[in-house]
Design a protein around this ligand. Structure first.
Ligand code: ZN
Length: 310
């Protein structure tokens, strides 16, 4: 069994308009943009990262905005809801704020005793704010969202699956403990994780499969401390029969990817080196950062990308 995963690292989704995406996550939700770079496989597209002050693993929501992408169709085989943790008592603030900002899909719910506020992202992305213990995490304070309500990082994610059994088994192998079931949803929890500790599996046997597009999660990444731990995880997954990519350098972390039985793409990413490896923490996310191989093409790349304010 794998012992060195510490919860989520980041969640990566696709968006339509880059500017709208940037405004939603920085202004409406009050996250910090911690990196402005490009899709390493398609450098005419941004890769935008939002999180806490330094982009602590477990807080990082990332986006590939494709200007003319059609919206995704929700269904099974995808991450249905990405959940952010907020301090206890913060949901009244958020209900009013998101309402004032015209955010759609607002809905109060509870799950396993936790208060949740569901809402839609700019492309219909499925999100929820969940009241949770801070576990030592602090929100980004360079925003008008007050500290008592600020987003602490991820709480977890809810996966929508036609059949949850094989994914449940995989999560157990990855070190998650099976927790309670409520209706069609079963919770898996990482003990002593980084705070982004829960994965909920929602089983929907008769729902149609998702179609990926703007507002869909592209992949979900789990955190390991370093490259040695990542190689260990890679070997254990491959010994169990998973097809895992080689280690890929993403400049701010190293990544491996594998497709899960339910169809969702999982990544395992290192906590090292982090987002301040090439920028001062005070100015994180302001300048366009390019991987070395694209640096000679900077003028052409900049000309293709819509301008996003610092
Ligand atoms: Zn990723």
């Amino acid at each position: 069994m794998i012992k060195n995963i510490n919860g989520l690292h980041h969640v990566t989704s696709m968006a339509g308009d880059a500017l709208e995406n940037n405004v939603f996550f920085t202004n409406t939700l009050g996250l910090r943009r911690v990196k402005k770079t490009v899709n390493f496989d398609s450098p005419d597209t941004y890769h935008l990262y939002y999180g806490d002050e330094v982009g602590t693993p477990g807080s990082v929501m990332t986006y590939f905005p494709f200007a003319n992408m059609a919206k995704g169709r929700r269904g099974t085989g995808e991450v249905g809801t990405t959940e952010f943790a907020v301090p206890k008592g913060a949901l009244d603030f958020w209900k009013e704020r998101l309402g004032n900002y015209g955010v759609t899909g607002l809905k109060d719910t509870t799950f396993l005793g936790e208060n949740r506020l569901q809402f839609d992202g700019p492309d219909g992305d499925g999100f929820a704010l969940v009241e949770a213990d801070a576990q030592g995490r602090t929100p980004w304070t360079g925003t008008d969202v007050p500290k008592y309500a600020g987003i602490l990082g991820f709480h977890g994610a809810r996966l929508m699956l036609r059949d949850a059994a094989a994914t449940g088994e995989l999560l157990g192998f990855m070190g998650y403990q099976k927790d309670e079931t409520d209706g069609s949803v079963t919770r898996y929890r990482m003990e002593n994780g980084n705070g982004a500790d829960t994965i909920d599996l929602e089983e929907l046997p008769s729902a149609r499969p998702a179609g990926q597009g703007a507002g869909s999660v592209h992949h979900i990444a789990f955190a390991v401390d370093d490259r040695a731990a990542q190689l260990e995880v890679r070997k254990l997954l491959m010994d169990t029969g998973y097809q895992v990519t080689p280690v890929i350098d993403r400049d701010y972390f190293w990544a491996i990817y594998f497709r899960t039985p339910g169809g969702i793409l999982f990544e395992v990413a290192t906590n090292e080196p982090g987002f301040n490896r090439d920028e001062d923490t005070r100015h994180l996310g302001e300048a366009l950062k390019l991987p070395h191989r694209y640096e000679p093409l900077r003028p052409q790349i900049e000309a293709l990308l819509p301008e996003i304010p610092a």
